[in-house]
Write a protein that binds this ligand. Structure first.
Ligand SMILES: Nc1ncnc2c1ncn2[C@@H]1O[C@H](COP(=O)(O)OP(=O)(O)O)[C@@H](O)[C@H]1O
Ligand SMILES: [Mg+2]
Length: 271
């Protein structure tokens, strides 16, 4: 089962209803005012206040991004730090609103963004499975039925009863992925988190992602690992300063990315 029909986020001028698994971003923009640095001394704070009356200029995280992803497509997003990759996923997940433009995602959106995001820290792993399941529209019986598989996938054993605030980042990722893997995503959004787990768990996650792709789930994967992106995604968007610098088939887009970053292009390897 999945979480209802096409859903639009942000209500704004979405040009049309999206299909299940479809993603539309139209002229999407979002800026942030630079965060106050908690490390500054009082003197610096006072000095800075006197120096700039206007406050810090907003930094564009997404700057007029237009992107359409068809149901079942696999899209990688790459770009240097601060290019807007995580912000793009957060916009798609409905976590941050746009300043202007429109976003729409069709069907059940399941996201794995920051490590530990979306967990109630005082609740146990098991309780968080129920919490997350409910947030994705599953009822108690449906979660009961999936619980053994989720716990098994997580490999957390008896730690499933411990409050998640005692978890290591690796344990968070195990639980997060185990839950996400059992939510019947129409759209799966993954930001870097896979890099946190150990290699065996990563392989298991990748095998799972491949099964989801075969089942028609739309994937959007942010990763610093070009070989992971080229293995998993048919299409890649290169972001630079919040804008789409390149959008095309993976091989071509990744060579653009390597030229942009000044990194050597790896020899093509057989899959
Ligand atoms: N919550 C936030 N508050 C302030 N600035 C933010 C916030 N989120 C992102 N930014 C800024 O937006 C830009 C894009 O960030 P991000 O999307 O995290 O980039 P990436 O994931 O590609 O490294 C950066 O300049 C970052 O500092
Ligand atoms: Mg990021």
């Amino acid at each position: 089962m999945t979480g209802g029909g096409p859903a639009t986020l942000d209500g704004a001028q979405v040009p049309h209803q999206v299909r299940r698994g479809e993603i539309v971003l139209e002229h999407a923009s979002r800026s942030f005012s630079v965060r106050a640095d908690p490390g500054r001394t009082l003197k610096e704070v006072i000095f800075r206040r006197q120096a700039s009356h206007a406050g810090p200029a907003p930094v564009p995280a997404l700057d007029d991004v237009t992107l359409r992803v068809a149901p079942g497509d696999t899209l990688g997003i790459v770009g240097r730090n601060g290019a807007g990759k995580s912000s793009t996923l957060r916009v798609l997940a409905g976590i941050i609103p746009l300043d202007s433009g429109a976003v729409a995602c069709g069907g059940q959106v399941v996201s794995l963004l920051e490590v530990g995001a979306g967990f109630g820290r005082d609740f146990s792993g098991r309780e968080n499975i129920y919490l997350n399941g409910a947030l994705h529209g599953l009822n108690r019986e449906q979660i009961d039925a999936r619980l053994p598989a989720i716990v098994d996938f997580s490999e957390l054993g008896e730690f499933i009863e411990a409050p998640v605030k005692t978890y290591s980042s690796g344990m968070f990722v195990r639980l997060g992925f185990a839950i996400a893997a059992h939510l019947d995503a129409d759209i799966l959004l993954i930001d870097e988190v896979l890099a946190v787990g150990d290699e065996a768990f990563q392989r298991k996650c990748l095998a799972h992602i491949e099964r989801r792709i075969e089942a028609g789930t739309t994937l959007v994967l942010v990763s610093h690992d070009p070989s992971l992106v080229s293995r998993t995604c048919q299409r890649v968007v290169v972001l630079e300063a919040g804008r789409v610098a390149h959008d095309g088939p993976s091989a071509e887009a990744l060579s653009f990315y390597h030229r942009l970053m000044g990194t050597p292009e790896p020899e093509p390897v057989a899959p």
